[in-house]
Design a protein around this ligand. Structure first.
Ligand code: CA
Length: 581
């Protein structure tokens, strides 16, 4: 047995309360190296005194199940209960070579009844406090998100169009500075269409006052951009969405501020004397003209998002800045009843601020959803005190590297996705945001080489995964587009109700019909001997799905609940079959 691969850490994603009564344990072992694992556990105070006066620990044994096979590791899992909220446990591990070892808090021990009575070597859960449990909002587990880039979704009010607004032509390749007049009235006008599509979560790119078309350069976090509408209109939009059972998520850009904000303008004007000088990370005055080091202009005078001089980075260590941003965060919840914040460039803002932020929003709305923009693995943020979930690029890019580009084999993909799922507690995986494209990437159809069947197959895959799927506006219309700004073309409303729209609507309908299983059921990924990717989800239903990425037809039996390229027992290239019972 490769004992160096044995890993377990209490109070982590390897040992967590899943709900008030259930504790889940995971153990890591080397791949294909371990034949069986048993956990021995009990209340640490449950000692039995024998006739000889000696006390012994009364333990229970339960077998663990191999819940996943990663790239270099196997994962074993079990769910335990603890009637008195306390637990001590250790693992009895049997290798495929027949070797047996105990693994506990103080390391490896030879298995014997005497060693099982060495209670010092047990991992300990001193007391299971429900208040320490990582809670994630249940509604997110039932949500299909729809991402709206407001400037390009629909123009419902031409009276607020910016000067120089271009004609709404979906075939345009928008320039960086172009305006097309999209606004919140346009969203309100199309809520019925979104309801027919079936989505039940609206994720808005920024809508606060800003000078650009994308609004990531906030001027005033407490005002709606006048080209998008006003607060009364936004209030009507939230109410109308809620009436349709749709949640509303806004985008908060707290890493940096816009160049034209009052605060930054004050710094430009008054330099070190500005009362906002400490709101930013300024290295030297004067701050303009900006030295861009990437252009060989020397050291920048202040820190920015990337090297964008018009996006000065906020100093979130400054309590004044913290208080200001928390005022913003609370305002839109208290006054407009929004349900979620998406946090832009969240990984570059300090953890201390996010802890204050999380406590503040949760105090107003206990089931509020906090979504961080993080492009890499995110354990430090996902322990129940900062974010509920993150934009799951680490997961979706891995699957796209197989489905869309074949940079990795099906087996590699399945192993690496399994590793990703094992980074987080189950309730956290369930509220990750799984999207294949966004305003920051080329569109799915373009990434799929304009192969619509392939794009839909990849979309179908994320609809069978743990984590809430998110559709970028226009995907349902079969829109394509390269990297931004080409991925931000005006919405093609002529395709409403068309073939692609129907295929996407069918996926959404299936996801929502089996929301409890697909949202919260167990997940097992594998590759069949004929090379199909198999997904098994178990909850109140069983959902099984097969995806053919082999390029050849593959035989497959049985009825499909939803399928593509599947006929006469043959699953064709780019095909999928989803069975639900
Ligand atoms: Ca408009």
């Amino acid at each position: 047995m490769i004992t160096s691969a044995l890993q377990h850490r209490p109070e982590s994603e390897d040992c967590f309360l899943y709900d008030a009564d259930h504790l889940r344990l995971r153990l890591h072992t080397a791949k294909n190296d371990v034949a069986a694992v048993t956990v021995i556990f009990g209340d640490p105070y449950w000692m039995i005194t024998g006739a000889d006066g000696r006390s012994t620990f009364k333990y229970t044994t339960t077998k663990m199940v191999r819940i996943g096979e990663g790239e270099t590791q196997d994962y074993w899992g079990v769910t335990l209960t603890a009637p008195y909220h306390r637990l001590q446990y250790q693992f009895v591990i049997t290798g495929v070579d027949g070797a047996i070892t105990l693994l506990g808090d103080r390391g490896l021990r030879e298995d014997s009844e005497m060693m099982r009575q060495e209670t010092a070597n047990y991992f300990r859960v001193p007391y299971l406090h429900e208040s320490d449990m990582v809670r994630t909002p249940d509604w997110v587990k039932q949500t299909v998100w729809y991402q709206i880039f407001p400037e390009r979704f629909a123009n419902g009010d031409t009276s607020n169009d910016p000067v120089g607004t271009k004609t709404w032509r979906p075939e345009d390749h928008p320039g960086r500075e172009d305006f097309y007049g999209g606004d919140l009235q346009g969203v309100l006008d199309h809520l019925d269409d979104l309801q027919s599509l079936g989505v039940n979560g609206l994720y808005f790119c920024p809508i606060f006052a800003a000078s650009s078309n994308h609004k990531y350069d906030t001027i005033d976090y407490l005002e709606i951009d006048p080209a998008f509408g006003d607060k009364a209109l936004f209030a009507r939009l939230v109410t109308a969405a809620h009436k349709r059972g749709m949640k509303v998520m806004l985008d908060a850009v707290f890493n940096h501020m816009g160049y034209e904000s009052m605060q930054w303008q004050d710094v430009l004007e008054k330099g070190a004397q500005s009362r906002f000088a400490d709101w930013f990370h300024i290295n030297q005055f004067p701050v303009a003209p900006f030295n861009d080091p990437t252009k060989g202009e020397g050291e920048p005078q202040y820190e920015t998002f990337a090297f964008e001089s018009h996006m000065p980075k906020l100093n979130t260590d400054n309590p004044q800045v913290q208080d200001y941003l928390l005022t913003v965060a609370k305002y839109w919840i208290e006054e407009f009843d929004i349900d979620a914040w998406r946090l832009d460039v969240a990984n570059e803002v300090d953890h201390g601020f996010w802890r204050r932020f999380y406590a503040a929003v949760k105090a107003i709305k206990p089931d509020f959803y906090v979504l961080g923009e993080v492009w890499h693995s995110s354990q430090p943020w996902l322990n129940g005190d900062q974010f509920s979930g993150v934009m799951n690029y680490a997961y979706t890019e891995l699957l796209m590297d197989h489905f869309l580009t074949h940079k990795q084999t099906a087996k590699q993909m399945v192993a690496r996705l399994t590793d990703q799922l094992m980074l987080y507690r189950d309730q956290v995986n369930q509220v990750m945001l799984n999207m294949l494209d966004s305003h920051d990437t080329a569109r799915l159809l373009t990434l799929a080489g304009d192969n619509e069947a392939l794009a839909l197959q990849t979309l179908a895959f994320i609809f069978t995964q743990t984590g809430a799927p998110c559709i970028y506006y226009g995907t349902e219309m079969g829109m394509d587009g390269g990297n931004d700004p080409d991925d931000r073309r005006p919405m093609d409303w002529s395709k409403l109700g068309g073939q692609t729209w129907q295929a996407v609507a069918a996926l959404i309908k299936l996801r929502r019909k089996y929301a409890r299983t697909l949202g919260q059921g167990s997940t097992k990924l594998s590759v069949t001997k004929h090379g199909l990717i198999a997904v098994s989800r178990k909850g109140d239903h069983n959902v099984t799905a097969y995806f053919n990425t082999t390029g050849q037809p593959v035989s497959l039996n049985g009825e499909a609940t939803l399928a593509q390229n599947y006929r006469d027992g043959q699953l064709g290239p780019n095909g999928f079959v989803i069975k639900a019972d």
